[in-house]
Every structure is written in C-alpha cells, then in structure tokens.
Design a protein around this ligand. Structure first.
Ligand SMILES: [Zn+2]
Ligand SMILES: [Zn+2]
Length: 303
C-alpha cells in the first residue's frame, strides 16, 4: 500500500472539530481527526496509569481511537528485565481492556500488546500471540544478541567500542522481526541510537535489509513521540529512516509510548510535522486498516 502522496496533492479537511476542546494541552493539533495512539502502557506492565485513566486522557485530548499495548514477553522472566504483563495476568488484561472499551462510546479502544522480539523465542511468541484475540501486535526490539543495549548500566559496556557491529546486529534483529511476520507495527526503529551512536557506512546494507523486510512484511512503521524519556531526546525513527520507509510504501502510525496517562497523545503536533516532512500525508487507522489524512495546519503554517 502506498500511503503517501505529495503534500500539496492531499485533500485535507481543515475544519475545526467541535469535539476538540480548548482544554487540549500544548502540542496537540487543533484541526482535523487526530491519528490514533496505539502504544500505551498501563499498570499491567511498566506504566503508571490504569486502563481507564489512559482512555479518559485520550478522550480529553481529542483522540477518537487508541490502543492499549503493554509489554509482553513470551518467555518470562524477560531476558531484558522488561516488565511484561505476567502470563498469569494476561486473561485479566484482555478482559479489562475489552470491558473498559465497552464503557466509552466516544472513543474506539483496541486491544494490543508490545511484544518483545527475541529471535530465539519465535516459537513461543507465535504460540502466545495465536492464543489471544489481540487487535494488533507491536514488535519491539529491546536487545541484540543477548545484550540489553538500552540499560544505562551497560552504557559503557565494551561492546559499544565497536558500535557499528552492534548497530548492524540491531538492524539484523529488526530484519528478523519483520520476517517473523507477526507484527502489525514495528516500534521505535532506530532505538539503538539512544546513547548517541550513529551508523557508519558499513552499516548501510544492514539498515537497507531491515527497511526492505519491514516494507515486505506490510507492517506499519511507528513514529514514537516519547523524546522526553529518551537519553538522546529524539523521536524514533530518524527523519531519514522515516522517509526511506515511506519511499518503500510502509504505512505510518504515530504513537506516544506513554508510560503515564498524561503522556497519551503527547507531542502530536510535532510528530505530524515530522511525518509531513518525511512525505506522509496520512496515517493508518488500525480499527479498519484504512489511511486517514493527517491534520496539516501546523505543518502548513510553516510552509
Ligand atoms: Zn519498546
Ligand atoms: Zn513501549
């Protein structure tokens, strides 16, 4: 699916929506239908907000669709010490998200998970995902070859002395995640750069192979707005990779990776501007798998 077009060619509805209240916090768009936020953590993993609190926040900032997506590791405890929904709690998680969703007419709430991708655990992950009625699954790569690269305690680990090798291993893991085929969204691509390491020319082939695999899989690429808790202070992926995925026809989702209810929908204006710069004029609505135009006022005002 080619979800992009020249920005000037997009037919946007710039009508101010009555449903978007003046109480919306700074950084949230004022026009159009906002793209849904599909990467939200709750107290079922490492978030601080309840499912209901996250839904109510989403309504208050004008979102019409969200997805709850707590961490899920197929083999527990996780090799990365990621706080997963415990397997014993999974039934409660599914029931609580479904029940909460049924209580709100003004917003569509989907049931998702952020599945931790570990190549050696593919069989267990596939069996787990097949056993539950998730509306969608986000694939997250949080470590490579047994190395927990985002652990601050390992920031000066000797493995970083050959950062290109580590980055190439990361993109190889992403490629395998895409080939796994079980993911609707690839989370925070480029996250390996959180400590400031940038890929040398020798990593280019690995990056291209990962991008090709993502595009071939049909998974959407996530623009992750959580630059506040990121050591590098950036949104993932980089503008360059975002554009490269758009060139390959990958659809886009914008998500907050919220770990607190007040972070749901955060920095939507900035994210939509980044998406527009990368050539996207639409985002994927997961409930019906259709592309909807991005509100463009913020981007248009700068051009
Ligand atoms: Zn993640
Ligand atoms: Zn996450």
């Amino acid at each position: 699916m080619d979800c992009r077009a020249d920005i000037d060619a997009c037919d946007y509805d710039l009508t101010v929506s009555d449903s978007m209240s003046d109480s919306r916090p700074a950084g949230v768009a004022q026009v159009g239908v906002l793209p849904g936020d599909y990467h939200i953590h709750t107290t079922f993993s490492d978030g601080t907000g309840s499912v209901a609190a996250c839904i109510e926040r989403a309504i208050s900032v004008g979102l019409t669709e969200i997805g709850i997506a707590d961490h899920l590791s197929a083999v527990q405890p996780s090799v990365w010490e990621i706080p997963s929904i415990s397997l014993a709690q999974l039934e409660c998680y599914v029931a609580e998200v479904r029940e909460a969703a049924s209580r709100y007419d003004e917003i569509t709430v989907l049931l998702g998970v952020e599945a931790d991708y570990v190549p050696e655990h593919e069989t267990q992950l596939r069996a787990l995902l097949d056993g539950w009625p998730f509306d969608y699954v986000i694939g997250g790569v949080h470590g490579v070859d047994g190395f927990d690269f985002d652990d601050p305690a390992r920031r000066h680990d000797p493995r970083w002395s050959d950062s290109d090798a580590l980055l190439a291993a990361y993109y190889e893991t992403v490629r395998r995640a895409a080939r796994f085929g079980g993911f609707d969204i690839i989370a925070h691509l480029d996250y390996i750069g959180l400590w400031g390491h940038t890929p040398g020319p020798g990593v280019g082939d690995s990056i291209d192979a990962a991008l090709d695999a993502i595009a071939t899989s049909g998974a959407a690429i996530e623009l992750n707005t959580d630059r506040f808790s990121d050591p590098a202070g950036v949104m993932y992926p980089s503008g360059e990779l975002l554009r490269a995925l758009g060139d390959r026809g990958s659809p886009l989702v914008i998500s907050s990776d919220a770990h607190a209810a007040e972070h749901v929908g955060r920095l939507w204006d900035e994210a939509m501007e980044r998406a527009a710069r990368a050539g996207f004029c639409g985002a994927l609505r997961l409930s019906d798998r259709t592309l909807v135009p991005l509100p463009q006022r913020a981007a248009a005002a700068d051009h």
